[in-house]
Write a protein that binds this ligand. Structure first.
Ligand code: PEP
Length: 243
């Protein structure tokens, strides 16, 4: 039976200047000297810090990630970034369909799908985010929402080069973590919707040093997408070094 990859990814959102990101890196590298080999360590940082960060990785095991990608190779798309621009900087992963982009920037399942395919066409591994709102959860719609997102987002997407993140929206940035067993249950449902059951499926939503061990102990959970706690080198170090 093939083993699923473990992927622990930080999502810095709109935080840290280039100088601040290098300060983070200098300290963070000290925390991952003994990180077990069984896990991939990814940092999805702002576009403006990618170049300097990439030059300062010094052969470390940190993989570079971005937070968005446009589907066209070039053109009149003010404010957007193409796959080739990311390739040139050594980017390996890209977050697609984060709920903040769906909520504030008009991201739809259709544009998520276009971005996923563009990433894969350029050998980037997309991290597809799916998840329900509090209202949807309270209405018992979690399963339906997730199945709908996956069905539409994954049209024509290669399931050999993909990470999925289950991110209940009500747990993002709130400190209100999803119960690990419930996250495990939903991730099991996500896995049933996929044609490749070996895809890594992360949990995201208020992951912290004090809850990562129990989250990673769940059999369906293959990693974490970490927002706030990835901004601090010692906290993120503890998370990637989960036991
Ligand atoms: C996220 O940004 O994807 C996220 C899960 O944020 P936080 O860890 O801060 O809840």
């Amino acid at each position: 039976m093939p083993v699923r990859n473990i992927v622990i990814a930080g999502n810095w959102k709109m935080h840290k200047t280039q100088v601040e990101s290098l300060e983070f890196l200098q300290e963070f590298l000290n925390h991952i000297n003994e990180t077990p080999e069984d896990r991939e360590v990814v940092l999805c940082i702002p576009f403006t810090a990618l170049s300097a960060f990439s030059k300062n990785l010094h052969g470390s095991r940190v993989k570079l990630g971005a937070q968005n990608i446009h589907w066209e190779p070039s053109g009149a798309y003010t404010g957007e970034i193409s796959a080739m621009m990311l390739n040139e900087l050594g980017v390996r992963y890209v977050i697609v369909g984060h709920s903040e982009r769906r909520q504030y920037f008009g991201e739809t399942d259709e544009t998520v799908n276009l971005r996923l395919r563009a990433a894969q066409d350029h050998e980037l591994t997309p991290i597809l985010c799916v998840g329900e709102t509090k209202q949807q959860r309270d209405a018992g719609e979690t399963e339906d929402i997730i199945k709908h997102q996956l069905k539409h987002d994954l049209i024509g997407v290669d399931q050999q080069n993909l990470v999925v993140a289950y991110e209940p929206i009500w747990a993002i940035g709130t400190g209100d973590t999803c119960d690990p067993q419930e996250a495990n249950r939903v991730i099991g449902i996500i896995r049933q919707q996929l044609s490749n059951s070996n895809i890594s499926i992360q949990y995201g939503g208020s992951v912290k040093p004090n809850n990562i061990d129990v989250i990673m102990a769940q059999p369906e959970i293959d990693g974490a997408l970490v927002g706030g706690a990835s901004l601090d080198p010692s906290n993120f170090g503890r998370i990637v070094n989960y036991k």
